[in-house]
Design a protein around this ligand. Structure first.
Ligand SMILES: *[C@@H]1O[C@H](CO)[C@@H](O)[C@H](O)[C@H]1NC(C)=O
Ligand SMILES: *[C@@H]1O[C@H](CO)[C@@H](O)[C@H](O)[C@H]1NC(C)=O
Length: 280
């Protein structure tokens, strides 16, 4: 009898907590609750995570193997248009600045923000073949379903989210800049990231917004900023790089529009992050 009361109470508490929860669900909200995607800046508290969802994801039997070129699924060459089609005028604008540059010039009064997502250790992200599209609830995702083959490390003319998210799972830092962002700061950001670690992907992206046209993404955390400050970028990399659940420095297979392959900074494992950082 007591046991049943406990179960009912637990359920009630869980339902109440679920309705009150304003943050992200992981990996999905319970079916009855609409997921509120969007731009709220938050630190997600893992205590509110429903146990069942996590376990279900872990046992998912259908995960496509990563890093194996399979023409029926993903060979990093065919079917790329589902994520990014350079021959489609709508897609080809993703790396172009089509808005007033002054809207993206940044604001010194705007604080940089770090958003941490609680990613339970049991969570395993899914791999999806090129025959189905992948969308994200978060404006700038820092975990989630992605393509089986990941980009080679380096700077790209453009690489889609569905690809670079895989690198972050391996511990990489992804640097995103809006195509309208200040060119001098973009160049400086690229330089800082390239000098901090080998495992980086740099790409223009429409995901950063006007307030903060720059973003760094690692598995479970994002940094967004309005105006480039070297120390903030380096500190974020030091704290959040190399934290992905699948640690490997193995380079990727996807190299569409790669413009500058990454060079080793300290070791392939990035044993020293940001060696040029000024330390006192
Ligand atoms: C996509 O292709 C894979 C590999 O061939 C297959 O297992 C899967 O069922 C396909 N999915 C869809 C939605 O067609
Ligand atoms: C181009 O991309 C848009 C947006 O994804 C899509 O709706 C449209 O069908 C594509 N056009 C062609 C010709 O593939």
């Amino acid at each position: 009898m007591l046991r049943w009361i406990a179960v009912v109470l637990t359920l009630l508490i869980y339902v109440q907590a679920a309705e009150d929860w304003k943050g992200s669900w992981f990996p999905d909200a319970p079916k009855t609750l609409a997921l509120e995607g969007g731009e709220t800046i938050k630190t997600v508290n893992g205590n509110a995570l429903p146990e069942g969802d996590t376990v279900k994801e872990k046992k998912s039997p259908s995960r496509v193997a990563m890093g194996i070129e399979n023409p029926d699924c993903d060979d990093a060459k065919h079917g790329l248009a589902i994520d990014f089609d350079p021959y489609n005028v709508t897609h080809s604008t993703v790396y172009m600045c089509l808005e007033p540059k002054s809207d993206y010039k940044g604001d010194y009064n705007m604080d940089a923000v770090i958003t941490e997502h609680m990613v339970p250790s049991a969570y395993v992200a899914n791999h999806k073949c090129m025959n189905s599209s992948i969308e994200y609830a978060e404006r700038i995702p820092s975990y989630g379903t992605h393509r089986p083959l990941w980009p080679r490390y380096g700077e790209y003319m453009y690489v889609p989210t569905q690809r670079w998210l895989h690198n972050s799972e391996h511990g990489a830092v992804i640097a995103l800049y809006h195509p309208c962002a200040n060119k001098q700061q973009v160049d400086e950001l690229k330089q800082i990231v390239k000098e901090c670690l080998y495992r980086h992907v740099i790409t223009p992206s429409q995901l950063p917004n006007k307030d903060r046209p720059f973003a760094l993404v690692t598995w479970h955390a994002t940094l967004e900023f309005s105006v480039l400050q070297r120390t903030i970028v380096e500190s974020f990399i030091e704290k959040y790089a190399l934290k992905g659940p699948e640690q490997t420095h193995r380079d990727g297979q996807y190299d569409h529009l790669l413009v500058d392959p990454a060079k080793v900074v300290s070791t392939e494992d990035d044993s020293v992050l940001c060696p040029k950082k000024q330390r006192d």
